[in-house]
Design a protein around this ligand. Structure first.
Ligand code: HEM
Length: 510
């Protein structure tokens, strides 16, 4: 009996090995991927990619050149390390390079299949994207956002003045409040419950991204076919989903209550609930919740981090901040006459360059976001199978001197050119092709007004006892300040201005 069982097991193992070898030979005959990085059997390079991956990406690009391929548990991910190849593939061939990897845990279990950022290139994605586009872009949308951005920036400088050590919290509240006002018609409070909840779960989503231990089915996707009772990761994912829906349901119910009492402010959610929004918005409640939630999380986290990076840039390279200050003084007065507003954009092109350089200097998504190829493709002698993933290697492009002169330096002058007002041109921080950030105009204005008000009001300096690590800082650190910095008001007149305009902003209660 035993020898027979032993032979059977040996036979099965042998058959699997032969199958693997045959499919590998077939694959190698048919396809050719660029610079395949050696990995371990079965798990490939799953354990090699650190988080954050920025400086790892820089080193790998130096070693392998314009493209290299890693294997994450059988999924092939090609890193694109130059603007040339990102443009050729993700931009020019966007029609077939715009899907997303299949993520049974993150997308389906944890997000009910309704979170746009994880969706494939499907009709559902197109519809949600259309909805978001209509909320975020165009002249009418801008007219809705700008008053909130101006108001929240005033409170931002007040919060930084009162509690400079909590500058990260001030930035969190600022960006979150802008998008909350547009979506739910309410401001974010200090230590807002929803904001804390978002910061907590975005960190969890980050930790679960392609983590073979926490989220094995996203790495070894075939695991999603085993019986659900054996999927040990599933109960956590389902709990995460239920908690998420319950939290946003609370917002939804609070808004319904305000609508019944006649106290609801005009906002996007009210339009949807009253049925006055467009036809695309006829979607089920889970999808409504995820449309709002995606806007609130993507709209908060990215801008809050960018504002902190702008401050790190000012502390590390003070000469550009001095120049920006002088230009702001010409427009708003050297004696602290008034805070800048977004209406000043046409008179302050240098601040627009500061906004673009903030995005270029240290991209928020350090090694990009994978786009999935939808059918087989060929490029410069390589043959890619459908399903291959491609990511722009953001840090490696941003810090490469073939792409930018003096790339380590924060130097807004590099953007003072004819493309200044093309927000996404000259850097890849908003992504590429058809998946490019749908909120880029809102994000750009958030950074613009925050930078203008902060640079006008404060001296931002390094704390020499704690120099800023420009390369390995985890900028998106959710619970504490990612670096130390000294924030000092410029003068008594500036303090008066901050208190005066900040107090009016803080009093706006809705
Ligand atoms: C500094 C600000 C921002 C940065 C750096 C940023 C960056 C990005 C990046 C890199 C992507 C992925 C692009 C790709 O896959 O090619 C993305 C997608 C997205 N962003 Fe932003 N973003 C910012 C602000 C915003 C804002 C303010 C909103 C909304 C209010 C927003 C909403 C979204 C959404 C919904 C997606 C998913 C789009 C899709 O998958 O089709 N973002 N963003």
């Amino acid at each position: 009996m035993l020898p027979t069982l032993g032979y059977s097991v040996l036979f099965i193992i042998g058959a699997i090995v032969v199958k693997l070898v045959v499919s590998k030979i077939r694959f190698t005959k048919k396809y050719k991927l660029p610079n395949v990085v050696p990995g371990w059997p079965f798990i490939g390079n799953s354990l090699d990619v650190p988080y954050p991956a920025g400086m790892w990406g820089v080193d790998m690009a130096k070693k392998y050149g314009e493209m290299f391929t890693v294997n994450i548990g059988g999924r092939r991910l090609v890193y694109l390390n130059s603007s040339r190849v990102v443009t050729d593939l993700l931009e020019k061939r966007a029609a077939i390079y715009s899907s997303r990897p299949f993520r049974p845990m993150l997308s389906d279990i944890m997000s009910g299949g309704a979170r746009i950022v994880f969706m494939g290139y499907t009709d559902r994605w197109r519809n949600q994207r259309k909805i978001m586009h209509s909320i975020l872009n165009g002249k009418q949308a801008e007219a809705k956002f700008v008053p909130f951005q101006d108001l929240e920036a005033k409170q931002l400088v007040l919060d930084m003045y009162k509690e400079p050590e909590n500058f990260h919290k001030a930035s969190q509240r600022f960006s979150n409040s802008v998008i909350l006002s547009v979506i739910f018609g309410r401001r974010a409070k200090k230590d807002d419950e929803l904001l804390k909840f978002i910061l907590g779960y975005t960190q969890t989503l980050g930790e679960y991204q392609f983590n073979p231990i926490k989220s094995p089915a996203d790495v070894f996707t075939w695991l999603s076919n085993i019986p659900t009772s054996l999927q040990w990761w599933r109960p956590f994912g389902e709990r995460f989903f239920r908690k998420h829906v319950a939290m946003f349901q609370k917002e939804y119910d609070a808004l319904l209550d305000k609508m019944n009492k006649g106290t609801a402010k005009p906002c996007f959610a009210v339009d949807v609930l009253r049925g006055t929004a467009k036809k695309e918005f006829e979607i089920d409640d889970i999808e409504k919740i995820y449309t709002w939630t995606s806007l609130i999380e993507a709209g908060s986290d990215t801008s809050r981090v960018a504002v902190l990076q702008m401050m790190a840039g000012a502390a590390c390279y003070p000469e550009w901040a001095k120049k920006a200050r002088a230009l702001l003084d010409e427009v708003c007065g050297a004696d602290a006459n008034r805070l800048p507003t977004l209406a000043d954009r046409s008179n302050l092109p240098y601040i627009t360059a500061v906004m673009k350089e903030t995005l270029r200097w240290r991209p928020f998504l350090q090694s990009g976001v994978p786009h999935t190829l939808m059918r087989d493709d060929e490029y410069e002698g390589y043959k890619f199978p459908a399903g291959t993933e491609f990511s722009w290697n953001a840090y490696s492009i941003a810090l490469n001197e073939k792409e930018y002169s003096n790339p380590l330096k924060f130097e807004p002058e590099r953007f003072m050119n004819d493309d200044l007002h093309k927000t996404a041109k000259g850097h890849w921080s908003f992504g590429a092709g058809r998946r490019v950030c749908v909120g880029l105009n809102v994000g750009a204005n958030n950074i613009w007004i925050a930078a203008a008000c902060i640079l006008y009001c404060f001296d931002i300096e390094q704390d020499l006892d704690y120099p800023i690590d420009q390369f390995n800082t985890l900028w998106e650190e959710p619970l504490k300040a990612p670096f130390k910095v000294k924030i000092t008001p410029r003068s008594k007149a500036h303090i008066d201005l901050i208190e005066r305009e900040g107090a009016t902003a803080a009093a706006a209660d809705y």
